[in-house]
Structures are given as structure tokens and as C-alpha cells.
Ligand binder design. Structure first.
Ligand code: BTN
Length: 330
């Protein structure tokens, strides 16, 4: 159900950078012009800047750079039925918050976003640096009711879709490093943590977690991370519209999820893999369970496992692990 703030934002965004008269907004909302002004003041307090002129009305001058629920919802082009969005100032981990909400019976799909996380988590038990620095901490929760065997390539497929969305949205050239890293020129801008609860033969619920460096600056990272991490703003040279990008990402995540559970993704997967995979033919090592396996990347199997040709010409299959690049591509 749209609130007055949603309706005002919808009108102003539809006319941006033009003006919308106070009278037109009052008619749209079915309230007085004074009430419109009060709602505009509420939006101002949440980080919006408006120009207001008696003769012309209101115009959007600046949008908040941190997550804003109504602004994201207003800009969502894809919105499943019953979708809800939870925007928090702070939480331990948006994946954990999404799991708690699922456990409490919240209708899925829904998304949880936080400005900062106090216990952001990455793969392999690692911490995910999660300050309030203009970066995205997002989890989207689903109840897929499909067998776990069908979900093998899910994280890879979603990572490819995130790469494609970023390439189109920001005119950048991301790469996907198996299994879940989004990179620019060898530096990590994003990672995915998918977690599922499984009943005997079905996935009961699934949380897709995405951490994406959007507007942070290199100066703000701890030193060790500073050399390995990069943000989209650093790649493009300018800050990005956080809420518009977040809305576009959530829309893409829904579409990609639906295609995946419908089983309608294999051909597109191959195309996207060809475009964004950065490991093809590379000499790498996979660290798995404390052991290091070196070889040349020979592709993927149907379940998204990485195929590696070792020095003896044997092909080994890895479902999980950490990849390090041995040599630069020729
Ligand atoms: C990785 O590269 O190891 C995956 C990082 C995933 C981080 C995101 S941030 C939003 C969600 N909440 C978490 O605690 N983790 C994921």
C-alpha cells in the first residue's frame, strides 16, 4: 500500500528534473496543500533536498545516498506479489535478520537492507567489512520448495546476473571469479553468500546475500583490504545513485531467481558465463579443506562445480573452495 511519501516521490521522480505543483500533489494524495508540505518536510528530514517555489511547486534537488525504503520501492520495476522491504540502520547480518524473519513466518519474497552490519559474514566463515560507508548489504529471502540438487548453480547464476546488471547500469566491465566474487581488474567489489534451510527433500527457505562496494572510498578501508577491494564509484570515478541501483539490483534478483526455479536459465547461463567468467583457461589453485590443488581451468559442470585439469591431465571437480590465480593470462 503506497504511503503519501511514496506518492510524492513517484510524482517528483516521474517529472524529474521538472516541477510538480503543490495543487497537483494535493489532488493525487487527496489531502490539503498544507498536508503535502508536511510530508515533504518528512522527506527532507530523511535526506531529500527539494526546491520549492510558490508559482511552480516542488522539484527534487538531491536524493539520500543511504538506503531509503520508499525511494527504493518507488523505483522497483519488478515487484513480486506480496513483496516487502525492510530497511534497517544497523543489524548483525542481513542474512541472519532475513533468517529470523523467515523463522517468524514473514511472507517471502522479501528483502532486508542495512546501512551497516555489526557481524557481516562472508564465505568460509570470514567476516565481511560492513561499515556505514555507502556500500550495499542486502539479503533477499525466498521459499523455493525445490530439491536441493536443483540449486547447484544458483549462486553462480545470480552472480552472473549481478554482473550483467552492473555492466548495463554503470557502463562498467565486471568479472565473476568462481564461485562468488565480483571483480574489477583483479580487485573485489562484491561477494555473495547464499544460505538455505533444507527439509528432508526440499529447500524450505533460501537467503541470497549480496555485499557490494558502491560508494566507499579506498581511504576508508583497513590497509590489508584497501589493496584487494574496490568500489563501483572508484571504477566509474563518480558516486552512484545508491537507491536507484539497489532497486535495479532487487528487480534483477527477482527475475533471475524466477528463471532459475522455473529451470529456464541454461542457455542464458552459458552466454553470461562466456561474458563474465574470468578464470577460463587460467592456471589457478583451489584451496579446499586445507589442501591446495593446482591446475588449468577446464570449465564448469552442470551443477556449477569447477573443473580443473591437473599436471597429469586428469580433470578434477570442485564444488567449493577458494581460488587463487597462479599466473596472468597470456
Ligand atoms: C563473500 O564474498 O565471502 C560473500 C560476502 C557476502 C556479504 C553479504 S553482505 C549482505 C549479506 N549479509 C551478510 O552477513 N553477508 C552477506
Amino acid at each position: 500500500m503506497p504511503t503519501p511519501e511514496h506518492l510524492i516521490l513517484r510524482e517528483l521522480l516521474a517529472h524529474d528534473p521538472g516541477w510538480v505543483s503543490g495543487a497537483a500533489l494535493a489532488t493525487k494524495l487527496g489531502v490539503s496543500r498544507v498536508a503535502v508540505w508536511q510530508h515533504v518536510e518528512k522527506l527532507r528530514a530523511a535526506g531529500f533536498t527539494f526546491e520549492a517555489q510558490r508559482a511552480r511547486g516542488y522539484r527534487l534537488a538531491a536524493k539520500p545516498s543511504s538506503p531509503h525504503a520508499a525511494l527504493i520501492e518507488t523505483q522497483l520495476k519488478v515487484r513480486p506479489r506480496c513483496f516487502s522491504l525492510l530497511v534497517l540502520d544497523e543489524t548483525d547480518s542481513t542474512n541472519d535478520e532475513a533468517s529470523r524473519q523467515l523463522g517468524a513466518g514473514r511472507t517471502a519474497p522479501f528483502a532486508v537492507l542495512a546501512r551497516r552490519q555489526t557481524k557481516g559474514r562472508g564465505r568460509l566463515g570470514r567476516a565481511w567489512h560492513s561499515e556505514a560507508n555507502g556500500n550495499l548489504y542486502l539479503s533477499v529471502a525466498f521459499r523455493p520448495r525445490v530439491s536441493p540438487e536443483r540449486m547447484g548453480a544458483f549462486t553462480l547464476w545470480m552472480g552472473l546476473n549481478v554482473c550483467e546488471l552492473l555492466a548495463n547500469f554503470a557502463k562498467v566491465s565486471p568479472g565473476l571469479k568462481w564461485p562468488n566474487d565480483i571483480l574489477f581488474d583483479g580487485r573485489k567489489a562484491g561477494g555473495i553468500l547464499t544460505e538455505a534451510r533444507i527439509d528432508s527433500d526440499q529447500i524450505r527457505d533460501l537467503v541470497f546475500g549480496l555485499g557490494l562496494n558502491i560508494n566507499s572510498s579506498a581511504a576508508g578501508w583497513p590497509t590489508d583490504l584497501g589493496q584487494r577491494a574496490i568500489s563501483l564509484a572508484e571504477v566509474t570515478g563518480a558516486p552512484l545513485d545508491f537507491n536507484r541501483l539497489t532497486a535495479a539490483l532487487i528487480g534483477r534478483i527477482f527475475l533471475a531467481y524466477q528463471k532459475f526455479v522455473d529451470g529456464d536459465y541454461t542457455r542464458t547461463f552459458a552466454d553470461l558465463w562466456h561474458r563474465y567468467d574470468i578464470l577460463r583457461g587460467r592456471e589457478i589453485a583451489v584451496l579446499e579443506g586445507g589442501r591446495r590443488h593446482a591446475g588449468t581451468v577446464a570449465g564448469l559442470d552442470d551443477e556449477g562445480a569447477l573443473l580443473l585439469r591437473d599436471a597429469r591431465g586428469r580433470t578434477q571437480r570442485y564444488r567449493a573452495g577458494e581460488v587463487s590465480l597462479e599466473k596472468s593470462p597470456r
